[in-house]
Design a protein around this ligand. Structure first.
Ligand SMILES: [Zn+2]
Length: 81
């Protein structure tokens, strides 16, 4: 058996060994390790699935909240005094 061609049409969702993701530009199923889509040639940016904000942004948001909170407490204490 010679299954040499990589682009045979397998519609089954049971691709366990070869993880694929749809191309954001043309929707073709491409490997997640691929940097460019072989069909449309577009660059594939690896967005974190279900990630959300990166860590530095979360830390920055928390830091900003702490600074604003401290400023508010100081302002309240100054206003009450
Ligand atoms: Zn594509």
């Amino acid at each position: 058996m010679d299954w040499d061609d990589d682009d045979r049409d397998t519609d089954g969702p049971d691709d366990e060994s070869d993880r694929v993701a749809p191309c954001p530009s043309c929707g073709a199923e491409i490997s997640q390790e691929a940097e460019r889509c072989p069909r449309c040639g577009d660059w594939v940016l690896d967005a974190p699935a279900g990630g959300g904000w990166p860590l530095w942004m979360k830390l920055g948001a928390v830091l900003a909240l702490v600074v604003v909170g401290l400023w508010l407490v100081g302002w309240l204490l100054g206003a009450l005094a």
